[in-house]
Design a protein around this ligand. Structure first.
Ligand code: ADP
Ligand code: MG
Length: 742
């Protein structure tokens, strides 16, 4: 302990005061903290005891001015001031000053908190002494070498302490701290910096007698100090958003060291002499303003990427081992958890394709990586198929941008698209929206679950081709802003349109629809009905006509068989008559020759016996044939009924067709278009089916009315007629389906 370490005491009590550690060292993130302000009084033999008094707790200084002592300079306005501070250091050793002012700030810097210690005061008050100390005496070394020492960086002390700094310039020392954990695995590390600021003298100009270049410098220095003050005032005002850091080099350099997330300490160096009281007052005022500034210290934590990678690699290896153990315990075959290679990915792609096609029922789950790859490949396959569909559409159609009005109007002029963007002949704008309408929602049969995706696609494509080309409104593949119109390589719109019509089931429009060119234009006077009937039988009525003809041929065949049977019956009858005659002749001959009786039994000769057998056989034949004939007659009656019904339908349909084709006004025909409420021409499937039902009803009536005397034949009839009906129905349906596909 030297003379400084054992401070003198005066009547004001202790000469120094240490801040309790609980206050100074409790910096935590998120808690606001005031700037700590200390005053160091430069030792002097001429201490102004009457003017400068310390509080009992050594946390305040009271200044008292006698009016007469500073005549003219201080008027009678104010004579007493009281300054509250965090500590007053009077006759304090360098050791104690460091302990009080700097030690905790440096300690916290090593934990990641930025810190700033500033010395402020008039020239000669001991700022440099406090901050740097004297080089000659180790005990007199200042805050900077001690801070470096605390941070275990002794090597550079000498060079820094050798530096002499002008009292007219500011001097900022910055110590950068980067602290890594001694544990290698810890990837976290902290960075911080300690700013030690030895400010230029704060004394007012004129007093120090500066002149010339020195005056200019002093003005400049004072200016920067006043900017510092402004910044500090702004920092002290919680409502201020903007802090004027850019006004000078000093504030700019201290930008992130004033306030902010720093631990901040201001040490005000003052003289204790009466002659310097005015500057002392000024310095203390600065200190009290500084006290209003609050900061929010926070740790600057960073991550060491290299260490982090190493740690993660270690953990990965460990987890793989864990998985291997887990797998072997669960009796699983060795599962590879490494990233997939190209071959494995290709295999998954093929699995996904087979799954979509329906040739693979399920995809086995192996591990998470594989599941993710399966999903990836679903996306890949999906986008490929989208592209395939789109390019298929592009091969068939020309895509026109919906916003390309010039192109659209050109197509409209060519008559391909109406004003709404629908294609001509398109029924009700019901386009085929690929990718919009789910397959199950397609009209007609519900798509069977067993149907593969490919089939669905192709059947959808067929539908698309079979109906009208896609309407611009509904097309939404990946080209949402385009619409489709049939492409024309030859540039011949009509030819192309006809080709389009040929593959379509759309009924022709009555006006100048292109289909009109395939059939003769509507004549001004209707053709005679017999002529038109022939046309009708070849066109719309072809199906019902075919059925009609088929039924007629069955009827004719039955008639032929009936007549053959009748002829056979007549022949049998004739022979029966002949046989009967011969038998009668034999009988009379026997009677003439005298009858032979033997014990009551009549004896006949062989000839007569044979005739009797023959007659018996003929009668049997006759009955069979007669039965057949009756059956045939019933069948003929039934077939006749069918033929009559067909003829009636044929004529009815013909009348509809005839009127529609030659008499119904064109606007009415809209209703007759496909999708409209009236469907002329084709016999609806339901009606063809009802034909069979009607016939069946008639037949059961027939059975009851016409065959009461031959009940044994009913079963035969039933089977026969039903077989024929079935045969006819199937043929009809197949014919109809073929007609639809065309
Ligand atoms: P400033 O940097 O504020 O202009 P200095 O630190 O240069 O003042 O101090 C001026 C003189 O006073 C120096 O010779 C210095 O050694 C001396 N001095 C200042 N403060 C003390 C102190 N607390 N104890 C002993 N000497 C001091
Ligand atoms: Mg100095």
């Amino acid at each position: 302990m030297d003379e400084e370490a054992a401070p003198k005491r005066d009547k004001n009590g202790p000469k120094f005061h240490c801040l309790p550690h609980s206050t100074q060292g409790s910096a935590r993130m998120g808690t606001r903290k005031k700037v700590h302000t200390f005053v160091r009084v430069k030792p002097t033999d001429d201490f102004a005891h009457e003017m400068i008094k310390y509080g009992h707790d050594n946390k305040s200084i009271d200044i008292h001015l006698k009016k007469d002592t500073r005549r003219g300079v201080v008027n009678n306005q104010q004579t007493d001031w009281s300054f509250k501070l965090d500590g007053v250091l009077h006759n304090a050793s360098q050791d104690l000053v460091y302990e009080t002012v700097a030690k905790d700030v440096v300690a916290q810097a090593l934990d990641g908190y930025n810190g700033t210690i500033m010395c402020y005061g008039q020239t000669g008050a001991g700022k440099t002494y406090t901050m740097t100390g004297t080089t000659e005496n180790y005990k007199h070394r200042g805050i900077l070498p001690r801070a470096l020492q605390q941070g275990e960086t002794n090597r550079i002390i000498a060079s820094h302490t050798m530096n002499k700094n002008s009292s007219r310039s500011h001097c900022i020392f910055t110590i950068y701290v980067e602290a890594h954990s001694r544990t290698l695995s810890d990837e976290k590390y902290i960075t911080s910096k300690i700013n030690l600021v030895d400010l230029a003298g704060s004394e007012r100009l004129g007093k120090s007698g500066s002149e010339g270049r020195v005056l200019k410098e002093a003005t400049y220095i004072n200016k920067s100090l006043s900017f510092l003050e402004q910044a500090i005032i702004a920092l002290g005002d919680q409502k201020r958003e903007h802090i004027p850091f850019r006004q000078c080099k000093l504030t700019h350099a201290l930008k992130d060291s004033l306030g902010g997330n720093c631990n901040m300490v201001l040490l005000t160096n003052i003289y204790g002499e009466a002659a310097q009281l005015e500057e002392t007052l000024s310095s203390l005022r600065f200190a009290s303003r500084m006290k209003l500034v609050t900061t929010e210290p926070a740790i600057n934590e960073k991550y060491d990427a290299e260490r982090m990678v190493k740690n993660l690699e270690k953990e990965l290896a460990l987890l793989k081992q864990e998985l291997a153990i887990h797998d072997s315990l669960a009796n699983r075959t060795l599962v590879n958890y490494d990233p997939m290679d190209e071959i494995q990915i290709a295999e998954i792609n093929s699995q996904v394709r087979r799954y979509l096609e329906g040739t693979l029922d399920e995809i086995d789950i192996i591990n998470l990586r594989q599941i993710q790859e399966v999903f990836n490949q679903f996306r890949v396959v999906l986008s490929q198929q989208e592209q395939e569909v789109e390019s298929a559409l592009r091969r068939k159609y020309t895509l026109i941008d919906k916003n390309d009005f010039a192109a659209i109007s050109a197509v409209q002029k060519a008559g391909l698209v109406d004003v709404d963007g629908h294609l001509v002949g398109e029924p009700d704008g019901q386009g085929f929206g690929l990718g919009v309408t789910p397959f199950s929602a397609k009209p007609g049969k519900k798509s069977k679950s067993k149907k593969t995706f490919k089939e669905q696609l192709s059947s959808s494509a067929r539908k698309e081709g079979a109906s009208s080309p896609v309407s611009g409104k509904e097309l939404d593949v990946s080209t949402s802003k385009t619409q489709l119109t049939p492409s024309s390589k030859e540039g011949d719109v009509k030819d192309m349109t006809i080709r389009e019509r040929e593959t379509s089931s759309i009924e022709p429009l009555p006006s100048d629809s292109p289909k009109e060119e395939l059939r003769p234009p509507r004549p001004s006077t209707p053709p005679p009905k017999p002529v038109a009937f022939e046309d009708f039988k070849n066109e719309r009525g072809s199906e019902i006509n075919r059925i009609f003809k088929e039924n007629k041929s069955i009827l004719n065949e039955r008639r032929k068989r009936a007549s053959e049977t009748t002829q056979r019956i007549n022949a049998i009858k004739r022979e029966m008559d002949v046989t009967k005659e011969a038998l009668n002749f034999q009988k009379s001959l026997r009677e003439k020759q005298g009858e032979y009786e033997n014990k009551g039994l009549m004896i006949i000769d062989e000839e007569e016996f044979l005739l009797i057998l023959k007659l018996k056989d003929l009668k049997k034949q006759y009955r069979t044939e007669y039965q057949d004939l009756r059956d045939l007659r019933a069948e003929i009656q039934y077939c006749q009924h069918l033929v009559d019904q067909c003829r009636h339908r044929l004529l009815t349909e013909f009348d509809i067709w005839y009127n529609e084709s030659f008499f119904i006004p064109e606007d009415l025909q809209v209703a007759l278009k496909p999708g409209g409420s009236i469907r002329p021409g084709m016999v609806p499937v339901s009606r063809i089916m009802s034909l069979g039902e009607d016939a069946e009803d008639k037949f059961s009536q027939l059975q009851q009315v016409l065959l009461p005397e031959g009940p044994d034949s009913v079963a035969f009839y039933n089977a026969k007629v039903k077989t024929e009906q079935k045969h006819n129905y199937l043929k009809t349906m197949m014919g109809l389906q073929q007609a639809h596909r065309k």
